[in-house]
Design a protein around this ligand. Sequence first.
Ligand SMILES: C[S@@+](CC[C@H](N)C(=O)[O-])C[C@H]1O[C@@H](n2cnc3c(N)ncnc32)[C@H](O)[C@@H]1O
Length: 498
Amino acid sequence: MYNLAELTQRHDEELNFLIAKLEILKKKSALNPYEAKVMITELLWGRQFLMSGNQKVEAIKFYEDDLREAYIQARDICNPIENKNPNLPVYIRINTLTISIEDTLNAFYKEGWNLLPRCNSYSEYLSVLQRLGERDFIRDYHISELLAFPPGTLFYNHPGYIKGKFLYQDKGSCLSSFLLNPKPDSVVFDACAAPGIKTNHLANIMNNTGLIYANDIHPLRVKKMIDLLGLTETNARILKEDFISMDYSAYADVKYILVEPSSTYSGIFYAVGARMKKVGLMRRQFVSNTMLRSALQQFPNVKRVVYTICSLYSEEGEEIIEQVMKEVGDSFTLLDIKKMLWNEWESMSQPGNICGGKCLRIVPEYDLCQGYFVAVFERNFDVPIPPYSKKLRRAGAVYDINELEKVKTVNPRGRVVEKLIPKNKAPIIEQLIKKQHAKTIKNKNQKMNKKFRQQREQRFILHKNTNVATSSATINNTNTPPVCNEEMHTITQSQLYP
Ligand SMILES: C[S@@+](CC[C@H](N)C(=O)[O-])C[C@H]1O[C@@H](n2cnc3c(N)ncnc32)[C@H](O)[C@@H]1O
């Protein structure tokens, strides 16, 4: 508790920035600034997750993705000097739908920036990147529309940024669209697209041809995406669907899918937050797993799927690929990303599991960009895709829907409800649930009785006081001795506690 208070105080400036930027107190009026600050601190710098709870906790959780995204800007603006030293270069990606790469380079040159020459190898590039001078910048080794500037460079007030000529986008984040590499005129589905940074990159790669379904479940974030993409992307169609349970039948023409679920963002927070607790990770793992399986198994004509996540934890990366590959078998192949990057990349997933060194596992200290994980799946059309099977999480384990059976039980309100529980554990769990509900109902009744008794006592005291007051009024008026209303007292007592 002390730690949390101390952390909250330490990050006060960033917290004020985040709360103001996202207008949290304006939109969630039930929150007071102190509660909001403590909860945001727990989410960003503390245990990194909030258990589901009351309305106030849910209000902060509603902003979880936005808070983690805006954190970088908060940190840059509130602690510019502190952040210069150990941090990564600042990357901006040219929005080639609005300006050419040449024109952008010239514009920076005119502003007094010095463009360093291209390097002959990736290792040479990394060493140049580590020693960028104060006015130096360089084009990225792999992604030609990406530029790297010295750590701590701020572009938030730059006219080019304000007009959408370039966007802040780290190299780790750019690699997924770069590797998905949709062909012009193709149909792409960006499953978790808001605020639309990667959708914009995809539209750049496709030169605004074809069609991109830009989907997100979160209404506020969809609004942000409409603002961002409305500027230039004519080939994006915005959707607001739950990617896990939507109707997929209308999207049979989709050839490319990008899946980037919500995450711990530990790839950005690697220097800041503590390791997240396992329980929170497992819940996230289940959601990401379901999304990736939906992408692979619900779109019959999909050719390539990229799964990416801003995380350093294998629970959000390698473990998911391992689980999903077992489900889809040979209908998909994992592509070797090192080869796709011309063998000029070192940080890969560890060999020895299904990922077998084929997926990107970015190490921020080495690769000088944020810690993303990326996997590329390519469809093998000779092998049919195994049908998608719905899974549910029960008591920390994941079960196929066929392994579950419906059991009738009573909820805490006393209503009969049906619950899906694992078949092999049904009799034990059924008993447990019954006992638990019996206990809950008993506790609830006890609480109700106590509350009811208290209310009645209060009414009794009020009643008694009124009588005493009436009696004294009588004394004053008539000068008769005070009447001790013993009779009334006894009657009320006995009525109350028969
Ligand atoms: C890491 S962010 C995506 C960032 C985005 N790809 C970009 O580059 O701008 C994850 C997004 O997934 C969305 N999301 C979470 N669960 C979802 C679901 N079931 N269906 C669709 N979108 C979901 C969240 O609202 C959030 O905007």
